[in-house]
Design a protein around this ligand. Structure first.
Ligand SMILES: [Zn+2]
Ligand SMILES: [Zn+2]
Length: 377
């Protein structure tokens, strides 16, 4: 955590008041929560920038920082109370919550005169509550056979997760309407306190950082806005899906809180290696041992395809071991709708080990015939 206000604002040690102000305005616009909804790191940055400016805009505080560093603001006990540091646990702090200005005030002060107009006009922006959070993403994995990958498949996922409470539409209120913002913090969930030279923020003691105050809670979710539910998702795995594919179901993850959007659901698809087919892109390669006579004389073989059809495939006379016969359109579904890869039959050979006397005689006779000058090939 950076606690050097000069570094936070990106100004030199000897920067003029005007330069500091300029740098501050630029950063405050950049990290403004309304421009970064739901972005916690921007929110932290925003507070950090405000804390840094608090020190540097005040000649007395600035001089104290220049002389003593952060120790000037640590209440003399040496605890690090740097910008954004956890104010709890630092001993010797006496929080005066009563006088703290809300986040809303900081925002209004920061935005005044910068084209944003009057910021919210007194609590109107409180719909952006501190605890308005996007739900978590969920991830599951499924292992399917190559044949399932060929045809596509509907995969049913059963799990339990937080889901938006239907009774209160996620607001946690008995009447199902958005709760009014907390009067203490104006909906920000934070209160500002002054300790010596140093201003810091702490979770609002009234609403515990939620930003809303629910007078009458929804009895279905006890005011949380979400309930733990078992859910069933039907995930459609598309035909031709590849091993390692990640499918995304937008908005099917965990419910958000305080009206925040739901997360996404992801399904990782693994395709089990197949005994017969090796997949290369959308093509399928299979190995097949063929009678040596068929390879020599040519003929037809029966081949079972991935979609359980039997094809008669022509083997040209003189086909060699290791050659590949291509059968068009009998591979996997391609990325383009309606397209299919090819099936390749990699040729192996069947050499008989048990021959009848007649077969031996025929082969012996064949062996006595003279091959051409270049052999039989
Ligand atoms: Zn509050
Ligand atoms: Zn509810």
């Amino acid at each position: 955590m950076n606690s050097n206000p000069y570094e936070i604002l990106g100004v030199a040690r000897d920067a003029s008041d005007a330069d500091i102000k300029k740098a501050y305005h630029k950063l405050v616009m950049k990290y403004h929560p309304d421009r970064n909804p739901g972005d916690k790191s921007a929110e932290d940055k925003f507070k950090e920038v405000n804390n840094a400016f608090d020190i540097l805009k005040d000649p007395q505080k600035r001089a104290a920082y220049d002389r003593f560093g952060n120790a000037a603001f640590a209440g003399g006990n040496g605890a690090s109370a740097g910008a954004g540091g956890n104010p709890f646990g630092a001993g010797g702090f006496d929080f005066n919550m009563g006088g703290g200005a809300g986040m809303e005030d900081i925002l209004r002060e920061a935005m005044r005169g910068f084209g944003f107009g009057d910021f919210g006009g007194g609590g109107a922006s409180a719909s952006r509550g501190a605890a308005n959070r996007r739900g978590r993403d969920l991830l599951d994995e499924v292992v399917i056979d190559l044949k399932d990958a060929y045809f596509g498949k509907t995969h049913t996922v059963k799990f339990s997760s937080n889901a938006t409470c239907e009774k209160c539409h996620g607001y946690g209120t008995a009447d199902g309407k958005p709760a009014p913002s907390c009067p203490k913090c104006g909906g920000s969930g934070y209160v500002r306190t002054q300790q010596g030279f140093f201003a810091m923020e702490a979770p609002c003691p009234e609403c515990h950082g939620i930003g809303h105050k629910i007078e009458k809670k929804c009895d279905a979710c006890d005011g949380v806005g979400a309930v733990h539910k078992s859910r069933t998702l039907e995930v459609k795995i598309p035909a031709g899906v590849e091993d390692g594919a990640r499918l995304r179901l937008a908005g099917q993850g965990e419910a958000g809180t305080n009206g925040g959007p739901a997360g996404d659901f992801y399904l990782d698809v693994r395709v089990r290696p197949d005994k017969r087919f090796q997949r290369v892109g959308s093509d399928l390669i299979m190995h097949m041992d063929i009678a040596f006579t068929t390879l020599a004389l040519g003929g037809e073989i029966d081949v079972n395809t991935i979609d359980d059809k039997t094809l008669a495939v022509k083997v040209p006379a003189g086909t060699q071991v290791g050659e590949r016969l291509r059968v068009r359109g009998h591979g996997m579904p391609g990325r383009r709708a309606g397209s299919y890869g090819d099936m390749y039959i990699e040729i192996g050979i069947q050499i008989p080990t048990k021959l009848t006397d007649k077969q031996k005689k025929l082969l012996a006779e064949f062996a006595e015939t003279k091959p051409g000058k270049k052999g039989w090939f």
